[in-house]
Design a protein around this ligand. Structure first.
Ligand SMILES: [Zn+2]
Length: 491
């Protein structure tokens, strides 16, 4: 807590005064004003005598680093709906896109496609990572964005038959394309081993790619092959890829689906702990709900009792309905109804809330919304993940302290993803800041009303510029202070 700090007597752009600072490190809160100059935190302490262009009263509020959503599917939203209200209204100032094996670049060969690309929407994809990131930069994003390159994209861009095993030449070409994406600034690569065509990849293929990521000190994040009956083997598979390649990894939205598998996370986490103890960098993330959401998979129709349709191209009248009711109306079985709805998306109610909460408490567990902004009737995680963490998991359930909850959504992801000078309130760091009311912060989005904005977030600033104020319904138009966070090449 350096009073005054580097700013001296220079006029500050913004002072947030009188709040309790939860600085992201996990340490207890302290009372201080925060001064911002040129997009960075320029002073921390008693700043009442400083000249400032704008002062914000944060008495009785907490001031935290901006939240980092480690699991987004907003790749094309930065271009299609750049206002991103589902992010700013819950305090998110940085999102990592390109998850679950699917990213906006590189584009598939003309004859190749995959259902999982629907997670992004349907506009043309970008030829390569450089073109995608340069496009984002020229459009000026509202919040900061870091990108992963999708393994499905690598397969679809290179392989003549993406359902096959790659030939040695194809594997080499995929490694080359990954190298090119990482050199352009991708923070790592993601796999979606439960989806086509990721599901056709062998462990050897994953290791070959992870070795390339390791050269760049980049990450592998994985939607693992199975999150149900074979979740333990699926976790072991990706951990083994990391042990063999040395590549750091993140297990995405870790969970155990379907009653028979509840409780298996005790063993998957034991395996993660052992692997970490051996020196391999492993982290994971969750979203704070017991329902999951992705494309509609007809084979799941008889294994999961409650399935809610989030969108359907041939039957938009079914958006928001339960599969059981649709099947009854159509007088067919649930799997047949699901097939007729394709292409479509769904919410599956198949997790144990207690288990989600236990996974969240693990010190290496971060938070990712996995929000699907294209869905007509989205999962409420899109609008409510981070306020739900603060309001329900920290304040109401007391699973962790507010300070630890903030660490999990700020400094921890900044360090895992290598986002330099972000994720903490420290002198010289970028001024990504959130002011929120610890007594009232809460998610409002529900299964029935999934797009209700959260409450209790008072102010959100990205690189020192205010992008959300609770008193303004709409942030000041035209301000787009986000940065494309290209991964720095290792020295
Ligand atoms: Zn996923």
């Amino acid at each position: 807590m350096q009073p005054g700090g580097a700013a001296g007597r220079v006029a500050l752009d913004l002072v947030i005064e009188g709040g309790w600072v939860v600085d992201g490190s996990g340490e207890p809160r302290f009372r201080a004003d925060i001064g911002v100059l040129g997009g960075r935190i320029a002073a921390i302490g008693d700043l009442h005598q400083h000249i400032a262009t704008r002062r914000i009263d944060a008495r009785n509020k907490l001031v935290a680093p901006g939240f980092i959503d480690v699991h987004g599917h907003d790749d094309l939203m930065f271009i299609q709906k750049p206002g991103l209200p589902w992010k700013t209204s819950q305090g998110v100032t940085t999102v990592v896109v390109g998850n679950c094996g699917v990213s906006a670049s590189p584009a598939p060969l003309p004859h190749n496609t995959a259902a999982s690309l629907a997670l992004l929407g349907d506009i043309p994809l970008y030829a390569d990572m450089e073109r995608y990131l340069a496009t984002l930069e020229s459009l000026q994003p509202l919040i900061n964005v870091a990108a992963l390159v999708g393994h499905a994209n690598l397969r679809l861009a290179i392989m003549q038959d993406p359902t096959a095993e790659p030939t040695p030449q194809e594997l080499q070409a995929m490694q080359g394309l990954l190298r090119q994406s990482l050199a352009a600034g991708a923070v790592g690569f993601s796999t979606g081993l439960a989806y086509e065509p990721g599901c056709y990849a062998s462990q050897a293929e994953l290791e070959a790619l992870a070795r390339v990521a390791k050269e760049f000190e980049a990450l592998h994040t994985s939607h693992i092959r199975n999150e149900g009956d074979e979740v333990e083997q699926a976790v072991e598979e990706v951990l083994s890829v990391s042990r063999h390649s040395g590549c750091a990894m993140v297990i995405s939205h870790h969970k155990c689906m379907m009653n028979a598998n509840w409780g298996k996370s005790a063993r998957t986490i034991a395996n993660i702990d052992t692997t970490r103890a051996q020196g391999t960098q492993v982290a994971m993330d969750i979203y704070p709900y017991s329902g999951s959401s992705t494309i509609l998979i007809p084979e799941r129709a008889h294994r999961i009792d409650r399935i809610k349709i989030t969108w359907s191209t041939p039957h938009p009248e079914c958006n928001g309905m339960y599969l059981t009711d649709i099947a009854e109306q159509w007088n067919c079985d649930k799997e047949e109804a699901a097939r007729r709805l394709l292409p479509a998306g769904a919410i599956y109610f198949a997790m144990d809330e207690q288990e989600v909460q236990r996974i969240f408490q693990h010190p290496c567990c971060m938070v990712g919304s996995d929000g699907l902004p294209n869905d007509a009737n989205p999962h409420p995680r899109l609008w409510g993940t981070f306020t739900r963490i603060l309001g329900r998991y920290a304040r109401e359930e007391r699973l962790v302290s507010i300070e630890q909850a903030v660490r999990k959504i700020t400094s921890l992801p900044a360090s895992v993803y290598g986002l330099a000078e972000r994720g903490q309130i420290r002198l010289g760091y970028w001024a990504d800041l959130v002011v929120f009311d610890p007594e009232t912060v809460i998610d409002r989005a529900t299964w029935d009303e999934p797009t209700l904005p959260s409450e209790g977030i008072e102010l959100v600033a990205v690189n020192g510029q205010i992008v959300f104020l609770s008193s303004d319904a709409v942030p000041t138009p035209g301000i787009r202070p986000g940065q494309v966070l290209r991964r720095q090449l290792p020295a």
